[in-house]
Write a protein that binds this ligand. Structure first.
Ligand SMILES: *Cc1c(COP(=O)(O)O)cnc(C)c1O
Length: 429
């Protein structure tokens, strides 16, 4: 036991955790180490990880190849500024990203977190239209139930209700919102489903710089899977109405949805692509915003003469070196059949949950399994029950969902799914 109760109480009194209260601090699970698909608590208990630390740990924890990449790089240079300086880890990472992402995306901006990559994408779109002599095109269109991050620009395109826009109404940029697609993944396209988008582009196109979407999978805003046909038509409408398409693949990128990128389900290329989360295999924070040569050159030919962004830790060599190794690992392994197998097993093993009265719907796509309840769960009540069952699952609202590391075997996945179903069954009693 390396963590003391004094340390835990210091944590409670002084440290903010994601979306936590300083009056009523949530209980914390003290983690000692983690390896493969298991998180080891300070008291020696091990939890099977259903969260992959928020989509990021695709290869599992404490991976020998990722560890080695980090060690090798730290002995050369952990960080050096990116202004006026370049290095091999960044160059090779960007080369890989250009090769593996949808066609045409070959100008790369390395950002320090997902939210920053969304800010960068929005600024790119606005600078692009400014350079084209259309500074009035500065608003975005976004889907309801979307999530794009926690900084102000990103927040402005998050769902206005779950994103608590009224709290920041004087500060947030006013954007246009349309309903999320009704046409669901794997079901026929519902005619008219793009009408709201087309109407908005028709009526407000002269002030719209870009449409921003989480392609195919809406993550934190509802764990909702929608039709590739919708995305295909949205791509066509954006082109038709002179609006850029920003694909936020921070959650879906690198295989999670069953394709390398969720845009691949629709066979489309966005004008701007945001990546993050799984980019370093969950080792550290790094994100990227990719765009086309045309947009990159147009921005650079504009008034500012450059793209106006440059974080202190841009292109951090340590993060780039680990990301390089993580992408190499992904592409070497048969990630496609790993994720296909996970999808099949998630569907099979979560299916019994549909019989519980508290459950509204069970769905799975790629390495994402979702149990949607009728009523929101109390996290304070349910979280300790999952830990007692030996699994790490962190529901929000009505959604109990898992996105395991791709390496999770059948036995662990069965245990994970059964634990969830057992805990939910107690809610029914
Ligand atoms: C997590 C997430 C973000 C924000 O990324 P951070 O690294 O938390 O800033 C943005 N968009 C989507 C779709 C995400 O899932």
């Amino acid at each position: 036991m390396s963590i003391t109760s004094e340390q835990l109480s210091f944590d409670q009194q002084h440290i903010w955790h994601p979306y936590s209260s300083m009056i009523n601090p949530p209980p914390m699970a003290p983690v000692e180490s983690a390896s493969g698909v298991r998180i080891r608590l300070a008291d020696g208990r091990e939890l099977i990880d259903g969260m992959a630390s928020w989509w990021s740990v695709i290869h599992g924890y404490n991976h020998p190849r990722l560890n080695a990449a980090a060690h090798a790089q730290i002995d050369k240079v952990a960080h050096v500024m990116f202004g006026g300086i370049t290095h091999e880890p960044a160059i090779e990472l960007c080369r890989k990203l250009v090769q593996m992402t949808p066609q045409g995306l070959d100008r790369v901006f390395l950002a320090d977190s997902g939210s920053v990559s969304v800010e960068v994408a929005m600024k790119m779109a606005i600078q692009y239209w400014h350079a084209r002599g259309k500074p009035g095109k500065h608003r975005l269109v976004s889907l309801r139930n979307g999530y794009h991050g926690d900084t102000f620009g990103a927040m402005s395109v998050c769902d206005p209700v779950t994103g608590m826009h009224e709290l920041f109404s004087g500060v947030l940029a006013k954007q246009h919102f349309i309903p999320r697609p009704k046409s669901r993944f794997g079901e026929p396209f519902i005619e008219g489903d793009c009408d709201a988008l087309e109407h908005t582009l028709q009526t407000h196109g002269q002030e719209i710089a870009a449409l921003i979407v989480e392609p195919i999978v809406q993550g934190a805003g509802g764990m909702y899977f929608y039709s590739p046909e919708w995305l295909k038509r949205a791509r066509e409408l954006c082109t038709q109405y002179d609006v850029l398409l920003i694909a936020d693949e921070i959650a879906t990128g690198f295989g999670r949805s069953g394709k390398l990128f969720a845009c691949d389900h629709a066979g489309i290329s966005p004008d701007i692509l945001c990546l993050g989360k799984a980019l370093t295999g969950g080792y550290m924070t790094l994100a990227a915003t990719l765009t086309t040569a045309h947009i990159g050159e147009t921005i650079s030919a504009g008034g500012a003469g450059c793209f106006m962004h440059g974080p202190t830790f841009m292109g951090n060599p340590l993060a780039c070196a680990v990301a390089n190794e993580s992408l190499a690992l992904l592409l070497e392994r048969d990630w496609q059949s790993e994720v296909n197998t996970l999808e099949r097993r998630l569907k099979e093993k979560l299916a019994p949950a549909a019989n519980l009265a508290c459950v509204n719907e069970v769905r799975a796509l790629g390495a994402i399994g979702v149990i949607e309840l009728h009523e929101p769960v109390s996290l304070a009540q349910i979280q300790p029950r999952f830990v007692e069952q030996g699994v790490w699952v962190r529901p929000f609202g009505k959604l109990v969902y898992i996105m395991p590391p791709y390496i999770m075997g059948e036995e662990d996945l069965t245990q994970l799914c059964n634990a969830i179903i057992n805990v939910l069954a107690e809610l029914n009693e």
